[in-house]
Design a protein around this ligand. Sequence first.
Ligand SMILES: NC(=O)c1ccc[n+]([C@@H]2O[C@H](COP(=O)([O-])OP(=O)(O)OC[C@H]3O[C@@H](n4cnc5c(N)ncnc54)[C@H](OP(=O)(O)O)[C@@H]3O)[C@@H](O)[C@H]2O)c1
Length: 344
Amino acid sequence: MSFKVAVVGATGNVGREMLDVLAERGFPAREVVALASSRSNGVEVSFGDKTLKCKSLETYDFSDTDICLMSAGGDISRQWSPKIGAQGCVVIDNSSAWRYDPDVPLIVPEVNADAIKGFTKKNIIANPNCSTAQMVVALKPLHDFAKIKRVVVSTYQSVSGAGKEGMDELFSQTRAVFVSDPLETKKFSKRIAFNVIPHIDVFMEDGFTKEEWKMVAETKKILDPKIKVVATCVRVPVFIGHSEALTIEFENPITDEEARDILREAPGCLVIDKREPGGYITPHEAAGEDATYISRIRTDPTVDNGLVLWCVSDNLRKGAALNAVQIAEVLVNRRLIAPRKKAA
Ligand SMILES: NC(=O)c1ccc[n+]([C@@H]2O[C@H](COP(=O)([O-])OP(=O)(O)OC[C@H]3O[C@@H](n4cnc5c(N)ncnc54)[C@H](OP(=O)(O)O)[C@@H]3O)[C@@H](O)[C@H]2O)c1
């Protein structure tokens, strides 16, 4: 069986990564189509050893496309995903537009692949926020063992999480500092070069930001509605790779040794945890990799059953493109979709 796959947002950070991941994993695609805005008509993007010319989403006919990997932001997704789904093409969306819709499964395959069944209601499946995806991959096996009650998470999120404009801003500001040019701030609310910004997405009434709220709501939907989460999300001057410091409180006992053994066996996780200088992972090493890396696992001495750990992953891969392609693989491997022909 082979499928026709469209990638919407193919010129963007996540879209380009999706094309790479599809090619690397040998996804059973008979054809891959690159779509973006009409501004990018004819722009070339790489797909394995081939080059694809971008077409415009606006004029594309989805009637014989099986899967649409969508990463063009919430507004585009709200406008297009229902129309594409209604044409019988399954949309796997990377924006936050559909994540909290009860008729749309929110999936991290290592954690809740079985929840995918409900996708037929809208033909839309949501991919979580990048910070949530890596966190739930690390939490799931620990939750299964000792039942998590509460998680306190602080994130250190790279600028690629804010799209290609975010990466350009870090690059141009860093250069401007070195050549003593004036600094221009467009994408972020304060300068990001040689700085950290405790603000991602918009502020909400209770003082949390939307990014922080997303981590709470999405963990409940994907993993367990009973888990309490409180988050502080921070942008740091790193190009690729999100890091998280997690403080986890459990209902039942769990030692740091047990956690290390459990995480070593857990799907999607790689434990790098030597208690010596450099015996841990940083975003620089996680960039371009698929794993969720876990380091610095230790017992929290301030509560009865607690652990503290450090978790790093490539936000463009597990946080977005890889997770989306893994969802598509679940659809294919479980035979939840079949390739279709163009409507007569
Ligand atoms: N970056 C991450 O870590 C991450 C993680 C999880 C989820 N996401 C989500 O993934 C989505 C894309 O993020 P990104 O980082 O790849 O952003 P990006 O680098 O800014 O890319 C945006 C993409 O959307 C396309 N686009 C814009 N307007 C369009 C239109 N009217 N019709 C069709 N395509 C249009 C752009 O095409 P043009 O080049 O033609 O403008 C570009 O390909 C966002 O919803 C984001 O929240 C990102």
